[in-house]
Ligand binder design. Structure first.
Ligand SMILES: CC[C@@H](C(=O)O)C(=O)SCCNC(=O)CCNC(=O)[C@H](O)C(C)(C)COP(=O)(O)OP(=O)(O)OC[C@H]1O[C@@H](n2cnc3c(N)ncnc32)[C@H](O)[C@@H]1OP(=O)(O)O
Ligand SMILES: [Co+2]
Length: 145
């Protein structure tokens, strides 16, 4: 498998609108997308775009507010009520090759690949098999970079 760029850091929050204000007013972010609901993950989500070098797209902060307490982010917030860093997402050229790669090393892939917030296929690898880090793997969008 060929590891691609760091696509985003997932940050869970109990209050998405307050977090948007924080990134805008405290962190000086000037490019924050409109929030939308992704039913399949039970989250309301938006992206803080950070600039890359020489005008390229940088890494994103993915702000996540659960729409239901009984969800991955809802359960995590129960233990971490202030919110904070929830997962990290790397791009790969081929999602099925990446799944076979991790499974071949005995890592627990959580469910089947599905469409994520960027419109390409994603899967998650269990944090207990990844040094404590919930890891999202995302197929690079066609034509990107
Ligand atoms: C916006 C869409 C999408 C995108 O396109 O980018 C997203 O990013 S959606 C993000 C939300 N979705 C997910 O997180 C899906 C994958 N997650 C899961 O399937 C579950 O959260 C989980 C990782 C399997 C944990 O679920 P569960 O076992 O039911 O929860 P527990 O609370 O019992 O946790 C067990 C164990 O794991 C530790 N844990 C849980 N979450 C994390 C985390 N984010 N980072 C690190 N560690 C985590 C938890 O603390 C427990 O440990 P112990 O207490 O030591 O047992
Ligand atoms: Co994510």
């Amino acid at each position: 498998m060929k590891l691609g760029r760091l696509n985003h850091v997932g940050v869970a929050t109990p209050d998405l609108d307050a977090s948007i204000a924080f990134y805008r007013d405290v962190m000086g972010a000037s490019d924050i997308t409109e929030p939308f609901v992704l039913e399949s993950q039970k989250v309301r989500v938006c992206f803080v775009n950070t600039p890359g070098a020489n005008g390229t797209a940088g890494t994103q902060i993915e702000l996540l507010q659960p729409t239901e307490p009984d969800s991955a982010v809802g359960k995590w917030l129960e233990k971490n009520p202030l919110g904070g860093q929830h997962h990290i997402c790397y791009e790969v050229p081929d999602i099925h090759e990446a799944k076979a790669w991790f499974e071949g090393q005995g890592k627990r892939v959580l469910g089947e690949p599905r469409i994520g917030a960027h419109g390409t296929m994603i899967f998650f690898v269990h944090p207990k098999d990844m040094g404590g880090q919930l890891t999202e793997i995302m197929e690079t969008p066609k034509g990107a970079h």
